[in-house]
Design a binder for this molecule. Structure first.
Ligand SMILES: Cc1ncc(COP(=O)(O)O)c(C=O)c1O
Length: 409
């Protein structure tokens, strides 16, 4: 029987009932502007600072709010998205007063475009950027980092966990290398926060980006953790909100929602993520029974809900559309989103051959999924892959025929 299964939690997650309830009064009842001096304005300002403290606590920030001056936030800066937090962290740091003349940036080849395009833009403006390689499991090469870092390196920006293949990086090791050369360490933890433990102090993180909609909070609100003592150049100029680094009247309900969602996500995380991991393991076991299928990413150090595969002799887009017809929401790293048929930069960076990278599928589970969902997905993916291969010119006598593939190009 056809079901509806949402298995694209890395793209976004549904707002939880609890978060929704907590947000509502800040839209309808206490709608004041936090900069206003009358009561509902001040209530809104206090709510924003409570949310700030919740975010800081979840990350173990040392000084999440500024006790001495509540108009000047401490280490948590709210932004309009994870992308804005990434942009503010990298550009804001290298162009800001805390960077004393260093001109080199290090990042990795598998970052989200919010990081990669920021680095590419800075490169055009004269900054030197090194894009670190990753191995076939998606882990950055720490020796390569040691060999390229220098006293001219301003910032090392490496994501905590990858959005396509789920591989988790060794954040502490990276921060130690960065700090040994006087560079700061930024991590895009948009996929990681709420799904794995993060402790900015223990991990030596100076700047960290997160986004509420990846852990059952609302879309359009993110945050940047910025270690005390670091000063950034603002990304938006205006009313001076968020220490002047992210001006604009606060999205009070969104920030309150972020605070509640992060608190919910970290409480009982082990148990919830243990459940999600068991579901994901069951899914991987089932899907890997399909012949000529490969798991992508690190089988051990990966996000608990991420299952990503490539199927030989399959086109990712066809897969997604047919799974949608089965009621399953999934994604592929090989959509021709920009009109080009290139597979994603992540699948290329882990060294997958073009023709195999085209058949990628990402299923990302959350705590709202069930074993029945998983079994239905295994059955549907198996059926859809069989059906697509039966029509594929590069599937010959029950196996992929790469000579047929090369004839097609
Ligand atoms: C790793 C990573 N960084 C940044 C972002 C951007 O976050 P937002 O959608 O809040 O702009 C995403 C979103 O998918 C992501 O997966």
């Amino acid at each position: 029987m056809k079901r509806f299964v949402y298995a694209d939690n890395a793209a976004t997650t549904p707002v939880s009932e609890h978060v929704f309830e907590v947000m509502k009064p800040w839209l309808t009842e206490f709608y004041g502007n936090p900069s206003s001096l009358y009561r509902i304005g001040q209530q809104a300002k206090n709510a924003v600072n409570t949310a700030r403290a919740q975010v800081g606590k979840a990350l173990n920030a040392a000084e999440p709010i500024n006790e001495a001056n509540d108009r000047k936030p401490g280490e948590i800066i709210f932004t309009g998205s994870g992308s804005q937090a990434d942009n503010l962290a990298i550009r804001g740091f290298v162009e800001g007063p805390s960077n004393r003349g260093r001109r080199h940036i290090i990042t990795s080849k598998i970052e989200h475009h919010a990081v990669l395009y920021t680095c590419e833009a800075l490169e055009k403006e004269g900054w030197r950027v090194t894009y670190l390689d990753v191995d076939k499991l998606g882990r950055i090469d720490l020796d390569q980092l040691r060999s390229v870092i220098s006293d001219d390196t301003a910032i090392v920006s490496v994501m905590a966990a990858n959005n396509e293949i789920g591989t988790i990086q060794d954040l502490k090791a990276i921060s130690e290398i960065a700090h040994a050369h006087g560079a700061v360490f930024h991590t895009d933890a948009v996929q990681a926060v709420g799904h794995m433990p993060i402790d900015v102090q223990a991990m030596g993180i100076d700047l960290l980006s997160l986004s509420a909609h990846k852990f059952r909070g609302p879309k359009g609100v993110g945050a940047l953790y910025c270690r005390k003592g670091i000063t950034l150049k603002p990304s938006v100029f205006g009313g001076g909100q968020e220490r002047g680094w992210a001006s604009g009247t606060e999205n009070v309900a969104g920030m309150v929602g972020l605070g509640a969602a992060i608190e919910d996500a970290v409480s009982g995380m082990d148990e919830k993520m243990g459940y999600v991991r068991r579901l994901t393991d069951r899914l991987i076991e089932g899907v890997m029974k399909i012949p000529y299928t490969h798991l992508t990413g690190d089988p051990e150090n990966r996000l608990p809900g991420t299952a990503s595969f490539v199927f030989e002799a399959i086109e990712g887009e066809g897969l997604i559309l047919r799974l949608d017809a089965c009621g399953i929401c999934s994604s592929t790293g090989s959509a021709c989103s920009t009109g080009s048929l290139d597979p994603s930069h992540v699948l290329m960076a882990i060294g997958l051959p073009h023709e195999i990278a085209h058949g990628s599928l990402r299923l990302t589970l959350g705590e709202q999924n069930t074993e029945e969902d998983v079994d239905y997905m295994v059955e549907s993916v198996t059926k859809v892959v069989d059906g697509l291969r039966a029509m594929s010119p590069v599937w010959v006598n029950g196996r992929p025929d790469l000579t047929a593939a090369s004839n097609l190009h």
